[in-house]
Design a protein. Sequence first.
Length: 367
Amino acid sequence: MPVAGAQARGSKLGGTLAWACTVLFAACASAPHSPVLDEYPRGVSGRTTVVYYDIHGRTVEELHADMERLGPKIDGASYVGETGSPMRWSWRTRSMGGVSCSIHDVAVSVNAQITLPRWTPPADAEPGLAAEWKRFVDAVEAHEAGHKDISAKAAREIIDRVQGLSAPCSQIDTRGNDIARSVVERAHERQQAYDAETRHGLTQGTMFVRRFSGMTVGSVADTGRLLVAVGGGAGGPGGTVRESLPAPLDRAWAALPAAYAAQGLVINATEVSLHAVADTFTARRTIGSVRVSSIIDCGTPPTGRHADSVAVTMSVTSRLEPGQSSTVVTNTVAAIVRRPDGAPIACRSRGVLERRLFEALLNQVTR
């Protein structure tokens, strides 16, 4: 009765995810969790265990530091949470007469284990922190549930594809295992695609932030500084579009997260004194629904267009300045390709994303 297995993985502070259950801590303890984590397809034997590691602090910065210190570690990186979902399958075979056999009674189990942070707010926690924590933890849990669901659906697919399979008796188990492993391989690709589509959970709200007054959409991290300087960044020349917005500064500031989200971007740094925000990230082929090559020009080497064929480090920044009954918006895009076999290549912005950002902001404030 053949048995095989596979695994899937979880989430990082600020945005990167991995798959495979690794480190747990002695201080961890089990606790009740969302019922959605216990949902599995018909016929799949599923079990989800949530293990918590306790963190302490009274400010955003202190909680960040504790999660960085205590969160799961994968390849030297610290993660907020992770999901391990080992999968096992088995079946019985039946002779069909002669040399042929068939598979029946296929059983597939998924034993998911999700690691999450847990915090008990102290009496002197900074205002609004408890509410932001609940939002953040719910978002991380939802993202991890998505990883669990991919494995659970793969388990159901194994049942559907292997049940009733017939082949020569000497090959039947090999055929069944080959099918099951191919399903697991495609599930691994779907896990990667899920991380790419959600920006490793950031588009689902897994950025733990201090909220600003008036900012009701999106996630904004109060870093006290931009990841890259406004007007430059990423080590290469930036393209800049400067436009006047027919709205007061406070309204434009409140609308920025939604404008970024509309372009597939997530604000991950701010400079409050400058009314400036930024998203610094690695782009692969597309940003949202737009091809990278339509946004920047990195040259055309013999192996293909850099912007669409390699990872590009990008920085998008926006700065707001008050005008007369209006707001001046400066959007800048900078990008660079870091080649392993040569010097970095600075890319030139085509001005497309800068203009699209302004139009998205205009749409938000004129609704």
